[in-house]
Design a protein around this ligand. Structure first.
Ligand code: PLP
Length: 287
């Protein structure tokens, strides 16, 4: 049975879902996206993702083509129709199809945005074996554009980073700019030193992770010490622990950076505890 996907208000088998070759998402990467995880058939932190979506659209002067209520209803409908227990809902909104290629933005009155959503089933997402072993990362220069706080579909450089990691037999890459770690290819980066959780402060240099916000909130509630500041690669390699967060990785320990073991080279207690708290707490508010 094929997946049922969403295109501009219609629910269709994936093989029948089509968008124009003139869509600006396809021609110009003129689009934004969100990934919301699904656990126990429910959406994790949907409101956070919807709020960031609204911000991404506003920053790019793009109209919001679908209301919050309709967005939530469509997410739920796709989860139900595709019988998703654990996995994710991918949502993309582009500046639409103006009927030809042109650098200038089309008039939103005559060119509505394109809205596409689909699910990915990922059984065992929460019980991921990688969380038990941790992942290994390499470092590469951060050569992305300067508005990383907007969640655009321009993912070519992060894809190149992932390929560089795979070529080096690692799992992922951390980006470095001016000697400091910005973030991972598709996640926010953290270190732990002397019990303190250190992660880069929010700015246009990084994506403001929805999981980051939740994890820092839960960590503060658990009286853990947090410092939001940049850190160097050397500092990360000398840390007691390192980890990353994202909507689908949750909290994932990092045990090696550029071949150097972090701490004992095994997942540390802070990352393990934060993963536990995150999964527990976010399930309570899942919708
Ligand atoms: N940073 C980057 C560059 C990302 O692509 C992502 C997620 O895709 C994140 C951080 C983590 O964000 P979130 O926790 O909202 O998934």
């Amino acid at each position: 049975m094929s997946r049922i996907v969403y295109v501009n208000g219609d629910y269709l088998p994936e093989e029948d879902a089509k968008i124009s070759i003139f869509d600006r998402g396809f021609l110009m990467a003129d689009g934004v996206y969100e990934v919301t995880s699904v656990l126990g058939g429910k959406l994790i932190d949907f409101d956070g993702h919807a709020a960031r979506l609204a911000r991404s659209l506003a920053e790019l002067d793009m109209a919001q083509p679908i209301s919050h209520e309709d967005l939530l209803a469509a997410h739920r409908e796709l989860v139900a129709r595709n019988d998703i227990e654990e996995g994710l809902v991918y949502l993309q909104i582009t500046r639409g199809n103006p009927g030809d290629r042109d650098f200038a933005f089309p008039d939103p009155e005559t060119t509505p945005g394109t809205v596409v959503m689909f699910t990915q089933s990922k059984p065992g997402l929460a019980a991921s074996p990688a969380a038990k072993t941790g992942i290994r990362v390499i470092s590469i220069p951060d050569q992305r554009w300067a508005r990383r706080d907007i969640k655009t579909v321009q993912l070519l450089y992060p894809s190149m980073g992932k390929m560089a990691a795979l070529a080096a037999r690692a799992d992922d890459a951390w980006f470095i700019e001016d000697g400091m770690v910005t973030e991972g290819t598709s996640n926010n980066a953290y270190i732990v030193k002397g019990g303190k959780i250190i992660t880069r402060e929010r700015s246009s240099d990084i994506l403001h992770g929805i999981t980051r916000a939740a994890v820092l909130r839960y960590a503060a509630e658990a009286q853990m010490e947090i410092e939001e500041r940049s850190f160097t690669l050397a500092e990360a390699q000398a840390a007691d622990e390192a980890f990353v967060t994202s909507a689908t990785a949750f909290v994932m320990p990092v045990v090696e950076i550029d071949g150097a073991k972090v701490g004992t080279g095994t997942p540390g207690p802070v990352a393990a505890r934060l993963r536990e708290i995150y999964l527990e707490e976010s399930l309570k508010t899942a919708i």
